[in-house]
Design a protein around this ligand. Structure first.
Ligand code: ATP
Ligand code: MG
Length: 426
């Protein structure tokens, strides 16, 4: 039996990879405009980082981590998300001491979670995210959400639902937690097994449960907004004002709580219903307690993570992916070894000037080479047969128009370069 790729993973093949590159390029461009710098951290970390940074009561830590022993007794885990890693790097690499504050970072890369694979849910998936560390003002929250909004505008995504909420600080959350427990105490029979477990440990997360009976049981439950302290409430109102100023279309969703323990104040999520049950394309929020939790100095932080697979799915259903462009400007069609040698030198010169060109690598006939060039979507065939070689000329055939010209071999690079710059190709 042939070996297959692991369940829940994907091979991204040519044709699809270009869509990924387009998406990643757009993300990088928006980040540059917002003044964010890229960070890359290891694909695996000490398990304890995620236990502390993501939280012991979360689904991620309880059920979804790829954890292994590293040739001994060191427990390592493939990163299920990157916020904890970025915060670790912030502490370990002393980014708080850098002249530029706050620290504004972004990342794009694979994450790993042992989940049941289904549409929009993979075991290796990819996230784009940003983190701002060292600033607690509401304007930071607004800037981060506005970056997400701008990215989606740039991509042409519509039918977005941006949900915003405040989960408060540990002080107001204690109050909310008590109210919520009281409200749910008479409805415990309706809760799923997981939520019964959450009832004592992390009742806030019951609001987040996808189980319909749990959702029904929480209708009318006290919301976080009712219990916000003055500081959290002022902060939230300021965020909403600034989102209005930036033109972000949002909805306050009092039931929105993030699944991670370290979130404080602002929480947000973006959904696109068209892509099905796994409709969340982005989730984020403030986490003022996290850096301290993993052993750093008290540092406010805020960020989000966005699933690339799901954003691509949304772009796909909305027909917003750019058309595929031919990769090659010209294909060399050379016949015989001498022509191949001459052509090889020509291609090398063209490539030095930045032109994407290729040649037949299968020793095919003239007809087959031309057919292959056409199939590639290439605009030009550079034909070099025995006759051309003898006369020291090159035939340049426009495969779209079916026309061809002859140029002296010695001028070939210059001529082709002119055609390239005229933008016939672009
Ligand atoms: P979900 O409720 O869908 O499980 P989550 O709360 O676990 O999401 P986060 O940890 O906030 O998700 O991750 C941020 C984003 O990463 C999600 O909004 C989603 O777009 C994407 N994402 C999370 N898990 C997966 C996965 N297994 N496969 C593909 N994308 C994912
Ligand atoms: Mg999840």
């Amino acid at each position: 039996m042939a070996i297959q790729r692991p369940k829940g993973t994907q091979d991204l093949l040519p044709g699809t990879v270009e869509q990924w590159q387009y998406l990643e390029d757009t993300m990088r461009n928006v980040c540059r405009e917002y003044g964010f710098d890229e960070i890359r951290t290891p694909m695996f970390e000490a398990t304890e980082l995620f236990q502390r940074g993501v939280g012991q009561t979360t689904d991620i830590v309880k059920k979804e981590m790829y954890t292994f022993l590293d040739k001994g007794d060191r427990s390592m885990t493939l990163r299920p998300e990157m916020t904890a890693s970025v915060c670790r790097a912030y502490v370990e690499d002393k980014l708080y001491g850098q002249p530029q504050q706050p620290v504004k970072l972004y990342y794009i890369g694979p994450m790993f979670r042992y989940e049941r694979p289904q549409s929009g849910r993979f075991r290796q998936f990819h996230q784009f995210g940003v983190e701002v560390l060292g600033a607690d003002q509401a304007v930071v929250d607004a800037e981060v959400i506005s970056l997400v909004w701008d990215l989606y505008q740039r991509l042409g995504l519509t039918q977005l639902e941006v949900h915003v909420n405040s989960v408060g600080c540990p002080v107001c959350r204690t109050k909310h937690r008590a109210q919520l427990q009281e409200f749910l105490s008479t409805r415990r029979d309706d809760l799923c097994k997981d939520c019964l477990d959450r009832f004592d440990r992390n009742p806030l997360r019951i609001l987040d449960c996808k189980n319909p009976t749990c959702q029904a049981a929480t209708i009318g439950a006290p919301t976080t907004r009712d219990t916000l302290c003055e500081d959290c409430s002022t902060h939230f109102e300021r965020v909403l004002t600034l989102l209005g100023v930036a033109g972000v279309v949002y909805r306050v969703n009092p039931r929105l709580v993030r699944g991670l323990d370290y979130y404080t104040k602002t929480a947000f999520e973006v959904m696109v219903e068209e892509i099905g049950a796994q409709s969340a394309i982005c989730g984020g929020g403030r986490y003022d307690g996290l850096v301290e939790e993993i052993g750093g100095p008290p540092t406010p932080g805020i960020g989000f993570a966005m699933g690339l697979e799901r954003v691509l799915a949304a772009l796909q259903v909305q027909h917003k992916l750019p058309e595929e462009k031919p990769r090659l400007f010209a294909m060399l069609v050379a016949l015989g070894e001498k022509a191949q040698t001459e052509g090889f030198a020509l291609l090398s010169a063209l490539r030095t000037q930045g032109m994407p060109v290729s040649m037949d690598l299968l020793n095919r006939s003239l007809k087959a080479q031309l057919k292959a060039a056409d199939r590639q979507g290439t605009r030009y065939a550079l034909i070099l047969g025995e006759e051309e070689l003898e006369n020291k000329v090159l035939l340049i055939r426009d495969l779209t128009l079916g026309e061809q010209i002859q140029v002296p071999l010695i001028n070939a690079v210059e001529e082709i370069s002119k055609m390239y710059q005229r933008g016939v190709y672009a």
